[in-house]
Design a protein around this ligand. Structure first.
Ligand SMILES: [Ca+2]
Length: 456
């Protein structure tokens, strides 16, 4: 509602400015003999009438009248400048009236003098007093009129300046308003997003409550479009492979690799490292959309992982194996990735397993609630640099890490910057530096998710 009002005010002010300029230029013609009959100066829908009030004399004296239109503008309090302008207009009108009266008086006096001169003898050398007295009064009148015209012009100029300032202010305010509008839109987007997330969390909680209490819910006839690999499990699919899922009907379907054999099956794999053929040193957009080969090494994509973890309460299972053949796992009872607007923030809790809880290593190394960082997008908690750039990876970096499963794939132990695949609670980490200074490398990594309420 406010913006249209401002626009109307803006138009009014612009019209007024144009009118004032027109009046200025017309008043400079006061006394000009070209100024014949009524002259109307219009500025849009705002007519200003200039009208001579009597006959013009040979001198630069000419009575006239300006009729200004009545002006009522409803404006926000920021436009006090306009109020000032209106006051100035009022005083200008008064000045004009005063000038008119003075001119009329001067005119009358001069007519009287002329009448006297016509009826008497031609002026003699010894009669200068009367003439000079008349001239003096005429001169005084002219001087007075001129000073009034000047005063009026000054006021006119001041008014024009005020109007110009008001217009500039309106323009500025309009710009600010537009900025506020955009900001508000972004806020609204975030709020709506959060609300939608909350609602979908409630819905998924309700559906998990229902499905745990009503076994019929998990029956195959209730699955029209599998939302994740667990639905294929319910449909009695027992073979590993690439399947299409639709976690959110409002978004398009996409393919995932389903592990239908390990630990009860029904796992949707979100990340896999096998041999180092695919580089994980990638930018934001790659991590957003996903990359690699679903049959080999890949990142499923943050948008997809977000949709999967939004649709249902998910658990995460991390599988690790090093080159010595040691295997370990870390299972988390809660795993959720926010959307891109919230920079894919990680929510993770409820550890159990054998590999150690590297994602919550300590108070200072905690990946829970961290945003996603890539070499080209610094969302980490390290103020002096970009952890993603330093460790060649996209990950939920803290400042910087106690785990990084997207690090460089080393085929054996390595030295230097710890930019390889890293799990900070691995069994040999405390003795890793000694005596050789070699860093641990991992042979295979797998991250996979499954609904919390899934029953194999
Ligand atoms: Ca940083």
């Amino acid at each position: 509602m406010r913006l249209p009002l401002l626009c109307v005010c803006g138009v009014l002010v612009i019209n007024l400015t144009q009118s004032s300029v027109a009046v200025s230029s017309s008043t400079s013609k006061v006394g000009d003999k070209e100024l014949g009959g009524d002259r109307e100066v219009t500025g849009g829908g705002c007519p200003v009438k200039l009208r001579p009030a009597g006959q013009c004399s040979d001198e630069d004296e000419c009575p006239y009248q300006i009729t200004l239109p009545p002006l009522t503008i409803q404006l926000p309090k920021q436009f006090r400048l306009l109020e000032k302008t209106v006051k100035e207009l009022q005083s200008l009108k008064e000045t004009v009236n005063r000038l008119k009266n003075t001119c009329l008086e001067g005119k009358k006096y001069q007519a009287d003098q002329n009448l006297q001169r016509d009826s008497s003898e031609p002026p003699l050398q010894d009669q200068p007093a009367a003439i000079s007295a008349g001239q003096d009064i005429s001169n005084i009148s002219t001087t007075f009129s001129n000073s009034l015209v000047k005063e009026m012009q000054i006021k006119m100029n001041r008014m024009s300046t005020s109007l110009r300032n008001a217009r500039n202010q309106i323009n500025g305010l309009q710009g600010q308003l537009e900025g506020i509008k955009i900001l508000n839109l972004k806020n609204v987007e975030a709020i709506v997003d959060n609300k939608v997330e909350n609602i979908s969390n409630v819905v998924s909680r309700l559906s998990s409550t229902c499905s745990s209490q009503c076994p019929a819910r998990n029956s195959p006839q209730h699955i029209l479009a599998p939302r994740d690999c667990s639905d294929y499990g319910i449909l009695d699919v027992r073979k590993n492979g690439v399947y299409k899922v639709t976690p959110d009907p409002r978004n398009s379907s996409f393919e995932v690799f389903c592990d239908m054999e390990s630990y009860g099956g029904g796992w949707t794999v979100v990340q896999q490292r096998l041999h180092g053929n695919v580089s994980f040193n990638r930018m934001w957009n790659d991590y957003k959309k996903g990359f690699g080969d679903l049959h080999g090494e890949f990142w499923l994509g943050n948008d997809n992982i977000h949709l999967l973890t939004k649709a249902k309460d998910m658990i995460l299972r991390v599988e690790l194996e090093d080159f010595e053949g040691v295997r370990g796992y870390a299972k988390y009872d809660q795993f959720y990735i926010a959307n891109e607007f919230l920079r894919y923030r990680l929510s993770i809790s409820g550890y159990s397993g054998t590999a150690g809880d590297a994602l919550h290593f300590s108070k200072h190394f905690n990946h829970d609630q961290c945003f996603f960082t890539t070499p080209d997008r610094d969302n980490d908690r390290y103020p002096s640099g970009n952890c993603g750039a330093y460790y060649s990876s996209g990950w939920w970096f803290d400042a910087c890490m106690s785990a990084n499963l997207n690090g460089k794939y080393y085929h054996k132990r390595y030295k230097g910057v710890r930019n390889g695949i890293f799990w900070g609670t691995w069994h040999n980490m405390s003795s890793e530096y000694y005596p050789t200074n070699y860093r641990q490398a991992f042979k295979t990594v797998k991250m996979m998710i499954r609904p919390k309420n899934y029953v194999p």
